[in-house]
Design a protein around this ligand. Structure first.
Ligand code: GDP
Ligand code: MG
Length: 177
């Protein structure tokens, strides 16, 4: 079994597009495991980068429900924790065109607590912030820089639809896992 990368983020930031890039670009995007249930199905896809293999899981509705009233229900949060507990890495996808959203701040503080500040001797997953929709040559870097505010290290500008930056996200994961 390869290290698991959990992809988190609120709806419509482009998680599925980024996951397709991570898996599809390397032509090894086979579905290797399906776990039905939880909020939605969890699909694990094989991803290869520089000879390293990962299983990428698009957590879809694990951390959020599409109904904004249901954001961060305790049981949804619990499911996110379960997904993260098995992960070696977390990619937090955010929307560079919308900028920092209050939910991004909420999730970031959750990840800082669970991953960066863990003091229970566990080995929490490494976190990489992927700022999606940054295909603009003029604005992409500035859009990404705004997300330093999340306190999760250097944000990486990416474009799921164009593919830019996705290799950098994988480089970072390879360095840290
Ligand atoms: P998810 O809900 O987080 O899985 O988001 P999706 O992958 O379904 O994408 C949501 C919307 O954002 C779709 O309309 C995508 O076409 C669009 N989108 C995804 N990636 C990009 C990107 O890199 N740039 C732009 N401009 N739009 C994107
Ligand atoms: Mg999706």
């Amino acid at each position: 079994r390869f290290p698991i990368i959990a992809v988190l983020g609120r709806p419509n930031v482009g998680k599925s597009t980024v996951v397709n890039r991570m898996a599809g670009e390397f032509k090894t995007g086979a579905v290797v495991e399906d776990v039905p249930g939880v909020t939605r199905d969890r699909t694990y896809r094989l991803c290869e980068h520089n000879g390293r293999f990962f299983q990428v899981v698009d957590t879809g509705g694990l951390l959020f429900d599409d109904d904004p009233q249901n954001v961060f229900l305790p049981q949804i949060r619990e499911q996110a924790l379960v997904a993260m507990r098995e992960a070696s890495g977390v990619v937090l996808v955010v929307d560079g065109q919308e900028g920092v959203h209050p939910i991004d701040l909420e999730v970031a503080s959750f990840l800082r607590r669970e991953c960066l500040d863990a003091t229970d001797g566990s080995s929490p997953p490494r976190v990489v912030v992927a700022v999606n929709k940054c295909e603009s040559v003029r604005f992409g870097d500035a859009q990404a820089a705004e997300f330093w505010r999340l306190g999760l290290g250097e944000p990486i500008p990416v474009s799921g639809i164009h593919g830019g930056g996705v290799a950098e996200v994988l480089d970072r994961l390879c360095e840290e896992i």
